[in-house]
Design a protein around this ligand. Structure first.
Ligand SMILES: NC(=O)c1ccc[n+]([C@@H]2O[C@H](COP(=O)([O-])OP(=O)(O)OC[C@H]3O[C@@H](n4cnc5c(N)ncnc54)[C@H](O)[C@@H]3O)[C@@H](O)[C@H]2O)c1
Length: 274
């Protein structure tokens, strides 16, 4: 078999119906374009109609297939109606990717109940009920892959991220529950936890005179991750190549949790030319 045919057999997403929330965002947009580029039919869901339209045009310009669904992940009627529309149009959902998420940085003591509820509703409760709505369609065909986007903050906390970190820890817990309860239907569930990714929202931190260096010191690769660098692992988990991977959390952080690069170590190889 040719290399092309082998690559296609292992990693192609041709014909797979992929529903993704938060598709109009920095990471979601990259994931959607990346997976449409290897054959997926992307059902892009987001609250931002304008963002969805831009994404749909970009995917079409590159020859990919996608359809946009305006959806509020905190609204059960909206969730049910979008899932019904996707199933009506395509017959099934092969892969669900829960990406939508928000954060508001505030000290633990400053957080008010409405902020707590908003972050939890979008980041955690939505993952529970969207997945609960989609899964019967996967159970019917005894196959499916669920990918939940977690975060570095589920493991390594930063000040001002208490609710966000708790919501993402919850996402990892839900991922394990999904993997355990639905394995008998051939459904796999995994989490992908990005480290410090450069998006329009985080640009200001990377450009900051002290915070940018603080971050670089904590990352072995000494640079931010880019949304495109999340595509490979998510595409793998969406593909049949990952048929024995379930219940896992994949950290994509350039070597941050492992220890980072806080100081230079002695080595005769430092700055050596080869
Ligand atoms: N950017 C990072 O450094 C980073 C790091 C770790 C984890 N993450 C996680 O990755 C995911 C995507 O982050 P991003 O940086 O692309 O953020 P982003 O703000 O660019 O995208 C989030 C998307 O979610 C959508 N959204 C928000 N509320 C919604 C709602 N109620 N209903 C439907 N859609 C809604 C927004 O419209 C937006 O398009 C999030 O879950 C985030 O927590 C990001």
């Amino acid at each position: 078999m040719s290399i092309d045919a082998n690559l296609r057999r292992l990693f192609s997403l041709e014909g797979k119906i992929i529903m993704m929330t938060g598709a109009a965002g920095g990471i979601g947009g990259s994931l959607s374009k990346g997976m449409a580029g290897i054959g997926a039919i992307m059902c892009n869901c987001d609250i931002s109609e304008k963002g969805l339209k831009t994404l749909e045009d970009e995917i079409a310009a590159e020859g990919g297939k996608s359809k946009s669904f305006v959806m509020d992940v905190t609204n059960m009627d909206s969730i049910k109606s979008v899932v019904e529309s996707i199933v009506k149009e395509y017959g099934t959902i092969d892969v669900l990717i829960n990406v939508a998420g928000i954060n508001k940085r505030e000290g633990f003591m400053d957080v008010k109940e409405d902020t707590y509820d908003r972050i939890m509703d979008i980041n955690l409760k939505s993952v529970f009920f969207i997945t609960q709505t989609v899964v019967p369609h996967m159970m019917k065909k005894k196959n499916g892959s669920i990918i939940n986007i977690g975060s570095h903050n589920a493991t390594a906390m930063l000040g001002g991220c208490s609710v966000y970190g708790a919501s993402k820890s919850g996402v990892l817990g839900l991922t394990r529950a999904m993997a355990v309860e639905w394995a008998e239907w051939g459904i796999r569930a995994n989490a992908v936890s990005p480290g410090h990714v450069l998006t329009p929202l985080t640009q200001v931190t990377w450009d900051h005179p002290t915070r940018g260096d603080y971050l670089r010191d904590r990352i072995a690769m000494r640079r931010p991750g880019y949304p495109d660098e999340m595509v490979g692992i998510v595409a793998l988990l969406a593909s049949d190549s990952s048929s024995y991977i379930s219940g896992a959390n994949f950290v994509v952080d350039g070597g941050c949790l492992c220890g980072g690069a806080p100081w230079e170590f002695d080595s005769e190889y430092r700055n050596k030319e080869f």
